[in-house]
Design a protein around this ligand. Structure first.
Ligand code: FES
Ligand code: FES
Length: 190
């Protein structure tokens, strides 16, 4: 009999621990009337409180898209590899498909809908339009959320920097040169 712990075992264990903690809270909360396996949560998104009942395993991305009706954040891979689901959590960029919604209650979440809209665009959105930094547009919300964070992080000092620090955001259409140009413009503006 082998007792070797595989990498997969370790990953499953590390993923199960936070789920178990959330599930325990869901079952012991005296105020909750949620069905077993579900939890009532309130997410602070773009300055608005969203009261949601979700499965304890619901990712922040699914909570935003399927429960809060905020479909700007896109689901590409659902495994942290493409960046399409990037949002800001307390001002820092995160991939929302890898975060449990129940674990970010009370924290400030910003999605592409909170950054700007077609009649009042955020300067980074305007730069993407000006540089034609998109084709199908599917990756664009995540690109823009990463790009705005990148400027604040101070990681846009050169085109090499921009490519390096935007490497977690994939674009199947290959709009990379125009994306870099848009970010470079914004970095120069400061
Ligand atoms: Fe989250 Fe791809 S959908 S990183
Ligand atoms: Fe199509 Fe990036 S514009 S995936």
């Amino acid at each position: 009999m082998s007792f070797e712990i595989t990498r997969r075992d370790a990953l499953v264990a590390s993923a199960a621990a936070p789920l178990a903690a959330v599930a325990a809270r869901a079952q012991t909360s005296p105020a909750s009337t949620a069905e077993p396996g579900t939890i009532d949560i309130t997410l602070q998104v773009n300055g608005t409180a969203h009261a949601l009942r979700v499965d304890v395993r619901t990712s922040l991305l699914d909570a935003l898209r399927e429960h809060a009706g905020l479909t700007g954040s896109k689901k590409g891979c659902d495994m942290g590899s493409c960046g399409a689901c990037t949002v800001h959590l307390e001002g820092e960029r995160v991939v929302s498909c890898l975060i449990l919604a129940a674990r970010v209650q009370g924290r400030q979440i910003t999605t592409i809908e909170g950054l700007g809209h077609d009649t009042a665009m955020h300067p980074m959105q305007a730069a993407f339009v000006e540089h034609d930094a998109m084709q199908c547009g599917y990756c664009t919300p995540g690109q823009i959320m990463s790009a705005t964070a990148l400027i604040h992080e101070g990681h846009a000092r050169s085109d090499h920097d921009i490519r390096e620090w935007m490497s977690g955001n994939l674009c199947r259409c290959g709009a990379y040169p125009n994306i870099v140009a848009a970010i470079r413009d914004m970095a120069e503006v400061g």
